[in-house]
Design a protein around this ligand. Sequence first.
Ligand SMILES: NC(=O)c1ccc[n+]([C@@H]2O[C@H](COP(=O)([O-])OP(=O)(O)OC[C@H]3O[C@@H](n4cnc5c(N)ncnc54)[C@H](OP(=O)(O)O)[C@@H]3O)[C@@H](O)[C@H]2O)c1
Length: 272
Amino acid sequence: MKKFAVIGDPIAHSLSPMLHQEIYHQLGLDASFEKIHIKPNELHLFTNSNELDGFNVTIPHKQSVIPFLDELDESAKTIGAVNCVHKGKGYNTDWIGFLEAMELNSVDLNGMNCLIIGAGGAARAIAFALIKSNINSISIKNRTLEKADALVQWIKSMSNVSVHTQQQEHFNTQISEHIIINCTPLGMWPETESIPMIIDLIHEKHVLVDTIYNPFETKWLKFGKEKGAKTIDGLDMFIAQGLASADIWFDEKISKKINLETIIKGLKLELC
Ligand SMILES: NC(=O)c1ccc[n+]([C@@H]2O[C@H](COP(=O)([O-])OP(=O)(O)OC[C@H]3O[C@@H](n4cnc5c(N)ncnc54)[C@H](OP(=O)(O)O)[C@@H]3O)[C@@H](O)[C@H]2O)c1
């Protein structure tokens, strides 16, 4: 039997075991998936003594796990974060998950102007995905301006995409971007009343993408929907990053063989 896991701190609420066990069930794979609570000071020992066939990495270890790995694939190296490990090699499947979610929801990124709210690991992975998708421009809005500036510099260092930071005042006039992506935890359970930006300027031509999947429809998305915007929750991205990890671990396109509807239905039942 193959053994897989997700590590993080905290980890109790992770949906990854449910997702992967459903994949194994659907495909009749002899494999198990558990969640393992690893504190930052336990990470080195865990990676040193690991006997799993593969594992996912979540907050707060996505960057700190890197020194303990033998090598990184190209995207993990560029993004500077790892969420999937196989045979000592680190991968980043968050950006793949984002692109799959856009495809699944029929969002064509080509030539679009995008606004990313947040400048952490998810923002970086999504910026990487956007650069790969021939978009027209990226704006970054973040609580800590220095981190927004750092993300802008990083994007400039590897692409010719037009990129800049957005100040709060931007939201007092209009939002010219087509696609707005929330990469902050604002709205995530249990703080479900928070929203990442005022919604008065949202209109029916906007596409709102939330990386949060618990709750699967955040207050921000609910408001956006009421305004007529197209809304995409974080569950599709979550499922797609997990499937991309399974593709790596099993060295075959698992993701093309499973029934997505059943997985989505099962996970939604778990969420509030
Ligand atoms: N659906 C998926 O598959 C998936 C995958 C990865 C991540 N995510 C989600 O993406 C979100 C961000 O994760 P991450 O890994 O990027 O975390 P991270 O690296 O810690 O970054 C968090 C970002 O959110 C901002 N932020 C945090 N609290 C805030 C607050 N109270 N007000 C305003 N801004 C705040 C931070 O701003 P500062 O720079 O000012 O601190 C930072 O830009 C999480 O909700 C996570 O669950 C989803």
